[in-house]
Design a protein around this ligand. Structure first.
Ligand code: B12
Ligand code: SF4
Ligand code: SF4
Length: 362
C-alpha cells in the first residue's frame, strides 16, 4: 500500500528515495536523541583516548547529544557514500613501497559528500517547503557513527568502524540534521559475532577492548592528527603507512565481498596506490602542494607527510632507500630531520638483522 507522504513514515520513505537520487548508496533516519552508546563518550575523552584532538576534548557535551548544539533537531538523516574501488588491499601491497589509506586516494571526500548533502537538502526543500537543517561530513559537532548505528545504517564493528552488510565499512557518512518530523529506522544488531580479526591484526594494539579505540595508538591518528613528533615507542609498529591505515578494515570479512564501487571520485589519482618512497621523499613544498591539492593528504602538510615517509622507510628496511633518508636528515624542517635520523637508525638495525655488511651495526 503506498504511504501517505504527509505522515512521518511516508516522509521518511521520501527522504530515503531523495538521498539515493542525490548519489548516496544508502540512507537511514535516526531520532535526534542521544543514542545509548554516546553515554561512553565523555569517559572515553576523560581517559585521554582522544589524544591531542582538541575538538573532541572540548566538545564532549555537544558530541554526546546532537540536541545540545541544535535544540530544534527532530531527526538525523545519515547517508553512506561508498569509497571502495577495485584495487588491492594494503595486505597485498609491495613490501618496499609506501601505503596511503584507501579513503585518501581520490578526491577530497568532504567536498564529494558535501555536494551530495546539498543536493539532498535542495530536493527536500522542494518536497517539503522550508525547514531547518545542518549538513555535515566529519567537521560538525556530531558523533556521526553513533547516529548511523542508531539508524541501522550499519552496526559498530569491533574495529569501531560502522559496518553495513551490503557495503562493508568502506563508506563515508554524511549527516543532515533536520527539524522535519520523520519516522526513525530501526538499529541493526551486532554483525561481528565471534570474529576478532581486526583486533588481532592491529599492529599498534590500539584496541583496549572490542568496540573501543585508543586513538593515541592508532596509525591513522599518528600519521594525520599528530602535528609534531610521533611517539618513538610506536614508530617501529607503523609499518609503511604514510597517511592513515587500512589494516583493521582490510582483514574484515564483511569487506571481502566488494560488491559496490565508489566510482570515479574515489578512483586513485596517479601514483596514490602504493606510492614509491623515491617520489614521496623528494617532494619539494611546491610539488607537495600540486600533488595533493583537493586531496585529503594536503591536511598533513608536507612536514607531516615527509615525517611519516621517514618513519616508513626505516620500517620498510630496504638498503636502496638509505640515501633518501640521508637527504631527509638535511631537510629544512626540524621535525622531518629528527624522524629521518630515527629512520636511519631503524633501517641500519633492520639491515643488520638481515646480515647486510656495512650496515653500521656490529
Ligand atoms: C576522531 C575521528 C577519528 C580518530 C578516532 C577514530 C574513532 N574510532 O573514533 C582517528 C584519527 C583515529 C580516525 C581514524 C579513522 N577514521 Co575517523 N573520524 C573521526 C571523527 C571526526 C569523530 C569520531 C569520534 O567522535 N570518535 C570518538 C569516539 C569516542 O567514538 P567511537 O569510536 O564511535 O566510540 C564509541 C565506542 O568506542 C563506545 N565506547 C567507548 N568506550 C566504551 C566502553 C564500553 C564499555 C563500551 C561498551 C563502549 C564504549 O562508545 C563510543 C561513543 O560514545 C569522525 C567523524 C564524526 N564527526 O563523527 C570520523 C570517522 C569516524 N572516520 C572515518 C574514517 C573513514 C576513518 C579511517 C578509516 C581513516 C583511515 N583509513 O585512516 C580511520 C579508522 C580507524 C578506526 N579503526 O576507527 C569515518 C568512518 C566511516 C565508517 N564507515 O565507520 C568517519 C565517520 C568520517 C566520515 N564522515 O565518514 N578517525
Ligand atoms: S586503523 Fe590501523 S592502527 Fe588504527 S586501529 Fe585500525 S589497524 Fe590499528
Ligand atoms: S574484522 Fe571481524 S570483529 Fe572486526 S569489525 Fe570485521 S567482523 Fe567485526
Amino acid at each position: 500500500m503506498p504511504q501517505d507522504s504527509n505522515s512521518p513514515p511516508g516522509r521518511s520513505s521520501l527522504v530515503r528515495g531523495h538521498a539515493l537520487d542525490a548519489g548516496f548508496d544508502e540512507a537511514r533516519i535516526a531520532a535526534a536523541k542521544a543514542p545509548p552508546i554516546l553515554s561512553h563518550f565523555r569517559r572515553w575523552v576523560e581517559l585521554g583516548r582522544a589524544g591531542s584532538m582538541e575538538y573532541l576534548n572540548n566538545q564532549a557535551d555537544r558530541r554526546s547529544d546532537v540536541t545540545v548544539a541544535f535544540p530544534w533537531a527532530r531527526a538525523v538523516v545519515v547517508a553512506a557514500v561508498q569509497y571502495d574501488t577495485p584495487h588491492p588491499y594494503s595486505t597485498a601491497a609491495p613490501k618496499d613501497a609506501a601505503w596511503i589509506a584507501r579513503y585518501a586516494w581520490g578526491d577530497d571526500y568532504h567536498a564529494v559528500v558535501r555536494a551530495r548533502l546539498e543536493a539532498l537538502r535542495a530536493s527536500l526543500g522542494q518536497a517539503f517547503g522550508s525547514f531547518e537543517s545542518r549538513a555535515y561530513v566529519d567537521t560538525g559537532p556530531v558523533a556521526e557513527k553513533a547516529y548511523a548505528v542508531a539508524a541501522g545504517l550499519g552496526a559498530y564493528g569491533k574495529n569501531t568502524c560502522v559496518l553495513n552488510q551490503r557495503l562493508g565499512s568502506w563508506f563515508f557518512i554524511g549527516v543532515l540534521i533536520t527539524d522535519l518530523d520523520l519516522e526513525p529506522d530501526a538499529p541493526t544488531t551486532d554483525i561481528c559475532g565471534s570474529c576478532r580479526a581486526c583486533l588481532d591484526a592491529c599492529p599498534t594494539r590500539a584496541f583496549p577492548e572490542p568496540y573501543v579505540l585508543d586513538a593515541r595508538r592508532c596509525i591513522s591518528y599518528l600519521t594525520i592528527e599528530v602535528k609534531d613528533a610521533i611517539d618513538p615507542e610506536l614508530r617501529g609498529s607503523m609499518g609503511r603507512h604514510v597517511f592513515g591505515c587500512d589494516i583493521c578494515q582490510d582483514v574484515c570479512p564483511w569487506n571481502r565481498k566488494r560488491a559496490v564501487s565508489g566510482g570515479a571520485s574515489f578512483e586513485p589519482r596517479e601514483g596514490n596506490v602504493a606510492p614509491s618512497f623515491e617520489e614521496l621523499a623528494r617532494l619539494s613544498p611546491e610539488a607537495f602542494r600540486e600533488r595533493f591539492s583537493k586531496n585529503p593528504i594536503k591536511r598533513s602538510k608536507r612536514r607531516g607527510l615527509l615525517r611519516n615517509v621517514a618513519v616508513a622507510i626505516g620500517n620498510a628496511g630496504a638498503s636502496r632507500h638509505q640515501a633518501l633518508l640521508e637527504g631527509l636528515a638535511n631537510d629544512e624542517d626540524p621535525v622531518v630531520r629528527e624522524h629521518a635520523v630515527w629512520g636511519l637508525d631503524r633501517l641500519r638495525s633492520r639491515l643488520a638483522d638481515k646480515g647486510y655488511p656495512g650496515s653500521g651495526r656490529v
